[in-house]
Design a protein around this ligand. Structure first.
Ligand code: AMP
Length: 623
């Protein structure tokens, strides 16, 4: 019997209940269930009989958001109001996103801080969590109308490289969409389950999951032992995929057929050519040559592409993915012969050259490529959901923690350290810092529950970390570790890493908690999801605004002599506006005033920074 973690005591899972599997993708999203007649996973088709829902959200004036195919046409018509690739922003700060230049058509607030990104559309601010929740809600609604049952529970997949905050953001998006997210699982793990790998008793395997989609490439190396999936390494390229193959074909045709005209200046014609290129590519996974007559300015141009030409065009791109595989294997400390199975995921793995190169690199004659590569991840998520629903007799379930465990952070917010449904034993550490200069003491309060405001959760204990040496705000590195052992005892340790001072406490989360109370806590979190998210985003906006006021005032005080009177007066005015906005408790007002202050002070903050750097570098020799 294989071991898959689930909490069998939590009382919220009912036999034969429908739990859906969701692949929340960068480009497309899918929802799948187990077909009770065949006992096989199937993707649920949407209202317009499509299986894929494009991960696009259109936020039009005075109307509900439009999702998927309905939103697609606005990508061109109203790009500033149409959000795509929101997955790339999940759990990311402005700083992380600044390095990713691919998303330009809508407004991501450039705040230059460590806080999480927001998107501004028509004076309103949205978080990636809210935007993703719109997509999840659409999938949920469509599945509900198709199946005629209410859906409240789901398994959602994320890339293996997603960090804690990206996973938490995905969980929150599910909650906001009215879904109890029973488990977040890795996409390669789901793909492996879809092929039935990792379920059998005593199975020990090392697998490689090669995932090449439209715009991204991932390779993951996993080790499976008795139903437990461990990620040994991941690698990839967030800007490489089938769209680049299409681009190569377009460039080739432009050179060959359009050298003497101005087609490259017409966005429309180029877009048409791109679509023909995609068709050519798709056809060339079944045949050896492609041709079509293209009407261009009353001329008929015969566009041709042979398989050899196509493979020549994309060879370097495919080689790039193989280089990533090489790095992933090195990072996992493995030889190619250690890999037992290779699974292909993503639409672009239908390209023959891709299959050949992957086979060659791993020295294998067979690949797992029989399932539809667009659906594999969603199908696997549905299998995991079925296991969690208790419908698989061949699987023994391990115990997990039934409620999230975390600490209180600024604004009375719950910051989850061990998410609910994590397998036990579990050990997680997270880093925090101080918000005020010279802060010497820190109170650490430990909570259990799913609500965003700590007072709605269960307090398990608290202690003081005192004796932190006086440092400027943001400099102390405080590591909080949660260690939950197999007996359900939670040890919490706080350590200031620069000075080494530490403090510990031990609590028993399950002590005195009845099944009914537990179930009520879970239900409350779903019923109040919208209010909770609003509360969290308001508190976060307030905390960030207070921080900005604090740093601006400190900055002005320190640099009085370097700033003009106008700069000082205006900054103070913007600070006042932000202070007034803070009193309104209106998130959008606060964010707007925050943006305005930030926008005004940024140029001279940068000017002084440049000066300071020039001063520091002056007189230093470069060896
Ligand atoms: P995904 O992001 O996994 O949905 O993959 C989408 C990518 O797969 C797009 O670039 C498609 O053009 C590509 N694709 C879909 N079908 C085929 C096919 N038969 N041959 C080659 N590429 C394909």
């Amino acid at each position: 019997m294989a071991l898959i973690p689930v909490n069998i005591k939590d009382g919220t899972l009912k036999k034969n209940e429908i739990i859906v599997g969701i692949d929340l993708g960068t480009t497309n999203s899918l929802i799948a269930i187990i077909d009770r007649e065949t006992n096989k996973p199937i993707v649920i088709s949407t209202n317009d009989y499509e299986l894929l829902v494009p991960s696009i959200v259109y936020l039009g004036k005075n109307q509900n958001p439009l999702i998927g195919n309905k939103a697609r046409k606005y990508l061109v018509e109203e790009p500033q109001n149409t959000i795509f690739s929101v997955k790339r922003l999940m759990g990311k700060s402005y700083k992380d996103v600044a390095e990713n230049h691919t998303i330009k058509s809508y407004k991501i607030i450039d705040d230059n801080t460590e806080s999480l990104v927001k998107i501004e559309v028509d004076g309103k601010f949205y978080t990636p969590v809210e935007l993703s929740s719109f997509i999840l809600k659409e999938l949920k609604n469509q599945a509900e109308s198709k199946l005629n049952v209410q859906i409240t529970k789901a398994v959602i997949t994320v890339p293996a490289y997603f960090n804690d905050s990206q996973r938490q953001a995905t969980r929150d998006a599910g909650k906001l969409a009215g879904l109890d997210v029973l488990r977040i699982i890795n996409e390669p793990t789901a793909a492996s389950l879809a092929y039935g790998i990792g379920i059998a008793e005593g199975e020990q395997k090392i697998i490689a999951v090669y995932d090449l989609g439209g715009g991204t490439f991932d390779i993951s190396i996993l080790k499976i032992t008795d139903g437990i999936f461990e990620v040994l390494s991941t690698n990839g390229d967030t800007n490489l995929g089938g769209d680049d193959f299409d681009e190569e074909i377009v460039k080739f045709w432009l050179k060959k057929y359009f050298i003497n005209n101005d087609i490259s200046n017409s966005k429309n014609d180029l877009q048409k050519l791109r679509l023909i290129a995609e068709n050519a590519k798709i056809l060339l996974s079944k045949t050896n040559s492609f041709f079509v007559e293209y009407d261009y300015k009353n001329q008929k141009i015969k566009l041709e592409l042979s398989i050899d030409e196509f493979e020549g065009l994309i060879n370097n791109l495919v080689e790039k993915t193989i280089k990533s595989c090489e790095t992933a294997m090195k990072d996992a400390n493995l030889k190619n012969s250690d890999i037992d199975e290779i699974i292909l995921v993503g639409g672009s793995t239908r390209v023959n050259l891709v299959k050949e190169k992957v086979k060659q690199f791993f020295n294998k004659s067979e690949l797992h490529d029989k399932l539809n590569p667009d659906e594999t991840v969603a199908l696997g998520a549905a299998i995991e959901a079925d296991i969690l629903a208790g419908n698989r007799k061949d699987i023994l379930l391990l115990d997990v923690t039934p409620l999230s465990l975390g600490i209180e952070t600024m604004g009375e917010l719950m910051d989850v350290i061990i998410p609910r449904n994590s397998k036990v034993p579990q050990s997680v550490a997270k880093q925090y810092t101080t918000s005020k200069d010279g802060q010497k003491n820190l109170r650490i309060s430990i909570y259990q529950g799913e609500r965003d405001k700590v007072s709605f959760n269960r307090k398990l204990g608290e202690f003081n970390l005192s004796g932190i040496p006086a440092m400027p705000a943001g400099l102390p590195k405080i590591e909080i570790s949660f260690m939950l052992d197999a007996d359900g005892i939670l040890k919490v340790k706080a350590k200031e890493l620069r000075s080494g001072i530490e403090q510990k406490i031990e609590v028993k989360p399950q002590y005195g908690l009845t099944d009914e109370e537990l179930e009520k806590m879970l239900l409350d979190s779903l019923v109040n999801a919208k209010n909770d998210v609003e509360y969290r985003s308001l508190q976060e906006a307030k905390t960030e605004a207070e921080q900005l006021i604090y740093t601006t005032q400190r900055f002005i005080e320190k640099n009085k002599n370097e700033l003009s009177d106008i700069e000082i007066q205006q900054s103070n005015k913007f600070v006042e506006v932000l202070n007034t906005a803070l009193k309104t408790d209106n998130k959008n007002e606060i964010l707007k005033a925050h943006e305005a202050l930030n926008h005004f002070t940024k140029p001279f903050a940068e000017r002084l920074m440049d000066k300071a750097i020039a001063f520091a570098v002056k007189g230093k020799k470069i060896e």
